[in-house]
Design a protein around this ligand. Structure first.
Ligand code: PRX
Length: 640
């Protein structure tokens, strides 16, 4: 097996090669993935490339092999590109000097951090929760966990104390790593204070490491809380990578679904590595000297796979940005592109739409000629935003990769390959090799032929797929594999054109996608229902010009409580901030006296979605409802 880092092995360079690779992966998956995995560094070889299927759901990739993913992200590159920049860190404030790490420096830093974890008693298999802003130690800390075999779980810094506590409790973390405060544009977020509040209800956490960032005032609990940076500085830069089994957990990442509490999706080591590495290599088609920037936060899957693991597995230079697109002004993204001569830029449609709405001079005054490839991720990109991105940012010379994937899939699933297969406005286009997609109708019948429209499923295991929901394998089976037995159901709807290219139309379940953030309507309803005057609520998504989808909440108050939307808003926002975090605040609140229900008591969300969208066409037959009269009242209340 090859052990050195040949630049970009298994790179698909032509459209024909793409079709050949797809066919090979389809016909002979074991050989295909065995070959690709051969270019990584393994401690012991595998006995079997893949076993298990969507019926037994005991899926394993590269079983028997041992490895460490950080040896593949770092050590493997030292000889050939030790002095190459691995990470560029750009601060929230453009006046603050950026920090860069070469591969050698990053290796040393990760080892030092790993030794800090070891010194605090963190062992293989322990869970470490990160609740940080985008400081360099979020990236090095995640890798430090992987170095010693601890399982990282990053919680986005916008979640509330209660949401953080729920995640810490669910994975029984022994350590939390946080910052004193986060910089976010011209605001600061008191991460340590929120952590303190969360920890009041968490019994498993022994240590809290605090990365001081703003110098703001915080309380340090004697014996539990430790100042991180001096510990890293003192630690040895020598830390051998832990030998991990292929299927040992690498990380847990929580995401919202259509029901219940957020689910901790568990990703394992070898398959995730191969998938993140292979997809990054082929989707972005980077050259050795290119500079790649993904604007996501490491708190989401995009930041795991395409800021951290994917780029580093490929020996790329990855830029990490602490700030927001609108600070100090809405030209910040373009300023950063210009400053570092970014060649590959990967962002979310919501950011594109927000920046599109600003003065065009904020884009045009910056030199964007370094750009070669643009990417989009997180939600459907509408044609208008796609065209603007193509024209104003890419100057009509940069291929756009519209990459469809999910926390569950570990890496990109449907996309064009930059400059290799064609970009089509608003279309993710082709499945990656190894992804066998079906469109099915609501009864689960496969819709054959093109064009077609239906529910998007995948019918084969792929290396990067999440293996389970932490602590609840039954829920994993139930959520993803029972709607259409034998298939992974994505929760998304899609259309396929005559060429077999996919266009994702959005979620078909009770998940809404607000500014690229996945929000379960049930979670928001549960929070709203905590209000003492609220009897019941129903939350749906509606089209929103900038956010993609907005949150629309229909709220029933107790008899005798006459509250207007304006009165309810601050009260409900306060609860939602406390239970979930500001990202889940409703855009519209409508007090109602009842909700449209079927005779079996089920809320007819379809009707509520139509009213929220101010689209009264095809409202359907409402006469069979238990309470048909309510529809007119709700329409009237919505000003329709
Ligand atoms: O609805 C799809 C949408 O985002 C969902 C996954 O969200 P999450 O797990 O948070 O991961 C986001 C980053 C990968 C999907 O079910 N989505 C993601 N990418 C696209 C998309 N919808 C349309 N086009 C995309 N490119």
């Amino acid at each position: 097996m090859a052990t050195n880092a040949t630049p970009f092995p298994h790179r698909i360079s032509t459209k024909d090669q793409y079709f050949e690779a797809w066919k090979m992966a389809h016909d002979k998956p074991q050989e295909f993935w065995g070959d690709i995995a051969g270019s990584y560094q393994w401690m012991k070889p595998w006995q079997k490339v893949q076993s298990g299927d969507f019926n037994d759901l005991d899926i394993k990739w590269f079983e028997g092999a041992t490895l460490n993913i950080t040896a593949n992200c770092l050590d493997r590159h030292l000889e050939e590109r030790g002095d190459k920049t691995a990470v560029i860190w750009e601060a929230n404030d453009p006046k603050e000097a950026p920090i860069t790490y070469t591969y050698k420096e990053l290796h040393a830093e990760v080892c030092r951090f790993a030794n800090v974890l070891k010194d605090r008693g963190v062992k293989k298999g322990d869970r470490v929760v990160f609740y940080m802003s985008m400081v360099p130690e979020l990236l090095t800390g995640v890798l430090a966990c992987a170095r010693i075999g601890a399982i990282h779980s990053v919680v986005f810094g916008g979640f509330s104390a209660q949401a953080l506590a729920g995640r810490i409790q669910d994975c029984e973390a022994s350590m939390v790593i946080t910052c004193d405060e986060a910089y976010r544009g011209n605001k600061t977020i008191p991460l340590k204070a929120i952590t303190d509040e969360a920890l009041e209800s968490c019994t498993t956490v022994k240590d809290v490491l605090v990365r001081k960032r703003t110098g703001g005032s915080i309380t340090m609990k004697e014996g539990r809380d430790h100042d991180l940076l001096p510990m890293i500085e003192k630690a040895s830069s020598d830390c051998a990578p832990e030998e991990m089994q292929a299927e040992d957990p690498l990380f847990i990442l929580y995401t919202s679904g259509s029901t219940g509490k957020p689910k901790g999706l568990m990703h394992t080591t070898a398959g995730y590595m191969v998938w993140a590495g292979y997809t990054f290599n082929n989707v972005f088609q980077m050259d050795e000297e290119d500079i790649y920037w993904c604007t996501a936060d490491i708190g989401w899957i995009t930041g795991h796979s395409y800021i951290t693991y994917g780029p580093l597995l490929n020996g790329a230079t990855t830029l990490m940005f602490e700030g927001v697109p609108t600070y100090p002004d809405a030209g910040r993204f373009w300023e950063v592109v210009d400053k570092f001569k970014v060649t590959h830029f990967y962002t979310a449609p919501t950011a594109i739409r927000a920046l599109q709405a600003m003065d065009i001079e904020l884009v045009r005054k910056h030199d964007l000629s370094s750009l070669k490839v643009l990417g989009s991720v997180g939600e459907p990109i509408n044609e208008e935003a796609w065209e603007w991105y193509n024209k104003e940012v890419g100057k009509e010379r940069c291929p756009i990769v519209d990459t469809w994937w999910q926390t569950e899939t570990g890496g990109i699933m449907i996309t064009s390959l930059a400059g290799v297969t064609e970009s089509v406005p608003a279309h993710a286009t082709y499945p990656m090799p190894g992804v066998n997609t079906d469109l099915v109708d609501n009864e689960g019948n496969i819709i054959e032929g093109n064009p077609a429209e239906g529910n998007l499923c995948v019918h084969n295991p792929w290396p990067g797929m999440a293996r389970t929901i932490w602590g609840n394998h039954e829920r994993y089976k139930e959520t993803y594999f029972t709607t259409y037995p034998g298939k992974y159901f994505t929760g998304d709807g899609a259309r396929r054109d005559n060429e077999g290219r996919y266009r994702i139309t959005g979620r078909v379940d009770d998940v809404i996608n607000v500014s690229g953030h996945r929000i379960g309507t049930a979670e928001v309803e549960d929070a709203i229902n905590e209000h003492p005057s609220v009897v019941e609520s129903a939350v749906v998504g509606f089209p929103h010009d900038i956010k993609g989808q907005g949150i629309y909440a229909y709220v029933i108050c107790q008899p005798g409580v006459e509250k207007t939307a304006e009165e309810l808003k601050p009260e409900l926002n306060e609860i939602i901030n406390k239970v979930i975090g500001p990202i889940a605040k409703p855009d519209v609140i409508q007090p109602v006296s009842g909700l449209p229900k079927t005779r079996s008591g089920k809320i007819m969300r379809r009707i509520l979605r139509k009213i929220a969208a101010k689209d009264l066409k095809d409202l359907g037959d409402t006469s069979t409802l238990l309470n048909p009269e309510i529809v007119d009242e709700i329409k009237k209340g919505a000003g329709l």
